[in-house]
Design a protein around this ligand. Sequence first.
Ligand SMILES: C[S@@+](CC[C@H](N)C(=O)[O-])C[C@H]1O[C@@H](n2cnc3c(N)ncnc32)[C@H](O)[C@@H]1O
Length: 310
Amino acid sequence: MNGLYRPILPARTEAPATQAGAPVNGAPRSPHPRQAVRNDGRTAFEALPDTDWTGYATVYDLIAAHNPAYQDLVRRFRDIAGTWSPVPGSRLVDIGAGSGNFSLALAELYPDCTVIHLDGNAEMNAIAAGKAAARRLTNIEIRTADIDAFHLEPGSVAGVTAVHALYAFPDPRGVVRRLSEWLTPGGHVLACDPGRVLDTGEWARYIFGATVRRHGLVRAVRLYVRALAGLRQNRHIAQRQSAGSYWLHTLDEFRGVFGDAGLEVTTAIVTYRGCSDLVVARKPLPAAATHDAWLGELEPWARAVAPTPI
Ligand SMILES: C[S@@+](CC[C@H](N)C(=O)[O-])C[C@H]1O[C@@H](n2cnc3c(N)ncnc32)[C@H](O)[C@@H]1O
């Protein structure tokens, strides 16, 4: 990584406790200096500014449109998800879907499938709904709910995606276990998540630089001023990452969480200028189905002598 992230704390993948020893993200923690109780009786953790997703929503797509790394991620997402070929009529789900840049991509890729766009923020969802209507997409369901209050029947979806969202969920490992249950055997997962603390100053310079090259200095300054509300939320996100309230992970830890949930990881890469980890995985097919699929590929004479599964 080219100095994009600033490790504020020694490499910790595990978040510190809000109260000494209280588990965060499902794992016990040793108290963190920042959890010391302040004069106002709150811990530094509690005093952290909440990420204002409503405020972020107003400029989210403006920043995304001028962030080349984000546009690369959208292209990579389409390339990977475009290889899935879910059975027509099946459901796909994008969780923490925000303004819809990935859920709408799924809906465009698979017009015969229903895409569930799940996000806890009504402002983000309203923007996604508006974009879906503008693109005349009718195969997308926008759902406003907290991820912990969102449930699907086991084995009922053909694919789940989560881009830059798991880190903000209270229990990301629990969500990965749940999405594994939602998947039908053979179902697909694409998850991309920032595992390192964002160096928001460096990112702002990167996006500003790219915007100057594309639109010139004057326009870049105007766009920068309009985007300030979003850049402020990025700082809040980095503060929460540093304080351990948002999930941090290495690529191996991220891959491990999907493996632990019983999924077969087929791709695990660092992406998004070194800040994010991307995993592509699949829910294993039951032995019989795998055997049938294998048989199907054989020549008729070979099928006649093929061994049966144990
Ligand atoms: C950084 S945005 C990512 C949006 C989109 N996936 C993208 O990459 O453009 C994170 C999204 O997660 C949503 N989110 C955060 N915590 C959530 C929760 N507990 N339940 C549901 N959605 C949540 C926020 O509202 C926000 O839209």
